[in-house]
Ligand binder design. Structure first.
Ligand SMILES: *Cc1c(COP(=O)(O)O)cnc(C)c1O
Length: 498
């Protein structure tokens, strides 16, 4: 098998090994690493793999993309990641909800949201990458979170030797339960900071620190190097490809499909990482028809797919699906690079237009290459109606992010002209967004205490609290830092003692 090497979408770096790309996170020129050649699944893959456990599929996908890791290293990483931290042995159950839709339940890990899928393996990929590349310094993970990434990253990195992690979240921009999950995080190497700004401010601030050569030098002198656990790291993207491949094997095994028949995939989208992973799954040979990008009221991606113009100059809304409240979808850059025909100069130009004027247009020939993508959006009323109606009809309770996808999926199903099975990425447990979810079922829950609602949800569904929610109201608070957007760098220096 030939080695897969990576390059920056902005042209500054080529022939980077997978482990180097994982270690660096963001390329030095501000671009994102992409594979220089796309691997492909071997012939007969699905027939052979259709009854295999999740870990085997994950290993095969990592093996395709991360070719400078040894087989043994990858096996170790997979086994350390996808273990008892997940509350079901299948790791990713596929549940039929309604006629022709299959929920790919990505929320059974340590923090009950889909980011666990990648963040439970990233620390292991990263520490092995450091060893392979003779890195002596401690790796400092710097992360901006819209709610779920931060906790999932800390859960993954807590007390992993040779690592520190600092998480920034928008004060008031995450749910009460999400905030409590973060500020009670244990581990001597973890730090959490609330910023006075929104998620995009946090993400921009983090990006700025990565690009700051002076800061990098100061860190190095103190024995640290930065890396990123944000969804721009290919060490997050690649493990996400695995569950779409696995989802297809489950539909095969259940007899929903025969080998080679297409499924459509619907993904609730924010930073464009999850749906990009589905696109990569298709590129390596998974039989996928359409990729449906579902947005909430912050529908910058919907407008992009409809018009060919990406324009972040618009009102920003806080919604009941906070992990999708994003106006700059970082991972889209990888798709832009692809549809320019891997033209780094062109991609850089568009990204600098985005940075300076907040918008860019793509050409007709670029748009023509987006034919696999469909898009839709759901407003708040529709999200609530979908949760309530689905619960009443199917006795299946979904979270608000998943409900954005389910709303968009239902509309897509009506307008499409075939009836492929739909694999719907179900990205969080309803327990994580109990207030919105319970209010959608019955308005009487709207004024209830967030933590009491967890018990009421147990009664309603007949399920116990997930491990991640046990004792959440009584866990000691360990983090109380706050700062302004301008003070992020100073705060990092304080935390690291620079
Ligand atoms: C992060 C997140 C999303 C959005 O995924 P992207 O990869 O950023 O597009 C959707 N739902 C939940 C619950 C999330 O945590």
């Amino acid at each position: 098998m030939s080695e897969i090497l990576y390059e920056s979408t902005r042209g500054g770096e080529q022939n980077i090994t997978a482990s180097q790309a994982i270690l660096t996170g963001l390329a030095k020129d501000g671009g994102l690493y992409v594979p220089m050649t796309m691997p492909s699944l071997p012939d007969g893959f699905f027939e052979e793999m259709k009854n295999r456990p999740y870990q085997d599929i994950a290993y095969e996908i990592l093996h395709l993309f991360l070719s400078d890791y040894t087989d043994e290293e990858l096996r170790e990483c997979v086994n350390l990641a996808y273990d008892k931290k997940f509350d079901v042995p299948e790791i990713v159950p596929v549940t039929k909800v309604g006629e022709n839709t299959y929920f790919l339940e990505l929320f059974h890990g340590a923090t009950i949201a889909f980011k666990d899928m990648a963040l439970s393996i990233l620390p292991h990929l990263l520490t092995r990458a450091a060893k392979k590349n003779q890195v002596q310094e401690d790796v400092v993970i710097l992360t901006a979170t819209s709610g779920d990434t931060g906790k999932a990253a800390m859960a993954g990195f807590a007390d992993v030797p040779g690592t520190r992690i600092i998480v920034f979240y928008p004060k008031g921009g995450v749910s009460l339960v999400q905030e409590r999950q973060m500020i009670t995080q244990t581990g001597d190497n973890t730090a959490v900071v609330a910023i006075h700004g929104n998620f995009d401010n946090a993400q921009t601030g983090v990006k700025k620190m990565f690009e700051d050569a002076d800061l990098k030098k100061r860190l190095k002198e103190a024995g640290y190097v930065f890396s990123s656990a944000n969804s721009i790291n290919i060490g997050r993207l690649v493990p996400q490809v695995a569950y779409y491949v696995y989802g297809y094997t489950r539909l095969l095994a259940q007899g929903v499909l025969t080998d080679g028949e297409l499924m459509d995939v619907v993904v609730p989208t924010g930073n464009f990482g999850n749906i990009l992973a589905a696109h990569y799954a298709k590129l390596i040979g998974t039989p996928i028809g359409k990729l449906v990008c579902a947005s909430n009221k912050n529908k910058v991606l919907f407008d992009f797919f409809q018009t060919g113009t990406y324009d972040k100059n618009r009102e920003f809304y806080l919604t009941s699906s906070p992990s999708m409240d994003i106006l700059i979808s970082s991972n889209l850059e990888r798709l832009i690079f692809e549809i320019t025909g891997n033209d780094a100069a062109r991609t850089s130009e568009l990204m600098s237009q985005l940075k300076s004027g907040g918008k860019y247009d793509i050409t007709e020939s670029m748009r023509a290459q987006l034919a696999d993508f469909e898009s839709g959006f759901a407003n708040e009323e529709q999200v609530m109606a979908t949760i309530g109606e689905t619960f009443n009809r199917e006795h299946y309770l979904m979270d608000t992010h998943t409900a954005v996808a389910a709303t968009v999926s239902a509309a897509y199903e009506k307008r499409r002209d075939q009836d492929r099975p739909i694999l719907l990425a179900s990205t969080a447990s309803p327990f994580k967004f109990a207030k919105s979810v319970m209010s959608a079922v019955d308005q009487k829950y709207a004024d209830e205490d967030d933590f009491k609602l967890l018990d009421q949800m147990c009664e309603l569904t007949g399920k116990g609290r997930p491990a991640a929610m046990q004792n959440i109201e009584n866990a000691p608070i360990r983090h109380n830092r706050e700062c302004d957007v301008e003070g992020m760098e100073q705060t990092v220096c304080e935390i690291l003692g620079l």
